[in-house]
Design a protein around this ligand. Structure first.
Ligand code: PXP
Length: 248
């Protein structure tokens, strides 16, 4: 503990509350409210709230963002596609962080990392306008050297490695995916970029990822909200936090 409150976690847990909004939107009303989820995450010591405002507004809606921001003192990490529409929304809300993700309308979830290497010219003005507004920019990329090099060229302070392939793999393939993420996290940190990770993380697969010493933040959503149906969000976040702490 410090005079100003508990010491920050060496590995932060950002909770993605999108799927509370997915359930709300299934009936079109106001319940369950993702803001209430954000308040619970804050109360149990989560380190941040992550929300993805998708082009089709399938879960988080525009009006949720400022309500989430004013509900808790936690930093908001806004996941967004690299479009002019999302840039304008990010600039008007000034979240703590913006994580640029690839987005296809027909996909069920974010299916892979951003091609930062192939889209330098499209990304550069968006990254610099977010950075000029004091927003901490992150790129959601595959754990590949060429993507990390592209992130370095774009001058972002943070990358988030896509853990989806790792999460779906089994046996030796999972070990290979883990090594790829660990190697790229080390390379990112060596080059002054703060590495984060997320996607598909569960109680079962989180610990090897949490044990990667350079990772500073995990963003976890779908599994936690699913577990919350059975045990409550408070218990689900606490359990994930315990597993992350045990792994360090
Ligand atoms: N990080 C990013 C950049 C994402 O796009 C997502 C999914 O929206 C997550 C983390 C969380 O993934 P999951 O919901 O599978 O835990």
């Amino acid at each position: 503990m410090t005079a100003s409150g508990p010491a920050p976690h060496a590995l932060r847990l950002g909770v993605n509350i999108d799927h509370v909004a997915t359930i709300r939107n299934a009936r079109g009303g106001d319940h369950p409210d993702p803001v209430r989820a954000a308040e619970i995450v804050a109360a149990v010591g989560g380190d941040g709230i992550t929300a993805h405002l998708r082009e089709d507004r399938r879960h988080i809606r525009d009006g949720d963002l400022s309500r989430i921001q004013s509900a808790t003192g936690l930093p908001l990490n806004l996941e967004m596609a690299a479009t002019e529409e999302m840039l304008a929304i990010a600039l008007s809300h000034a979240p703590h962080a913006a994580c640029i993700v690839p987005e296809k309308r027909e996909e069920r979830t974010t299916e892979g990392g951003l091609d930062a290497a192939g889209q330098h010219n499209r990304l550069a003005p968006i990254v610099s306008r977010l950075a000029d507004a004091g927003i901490r920019v992150s790129l959601f990329i595959e754990a590949e050297e060429r993507q990390l090099e592209a992130a370095l060229r774009l001058g972002v302070p943070v990358v988030e490695f896509h853990t989806g392939e790792y999460a779906h793999a089994i046996g030796e393939e999972r070990a290979r995916e883990l090594k790829r993420i660990a190697d790229m996290a080390a390379l990112a940190a060596k080059n002054g970029i703060e590495p984060h990770a997320g996607h598909g993380l569960t109680y079962e697969n989180v610990q090897p990822i949490a044990a990667i010493p350079q990772l500073a933040e995990l963003n976890i959503g779908h599994y936690l909200i699913g577990e919350a149906v059975f045990v409550g969000l408070e218990s689900a976040v606490r359990r994930m936090r315990e597993l992350m702490d045990e792994a360090r």
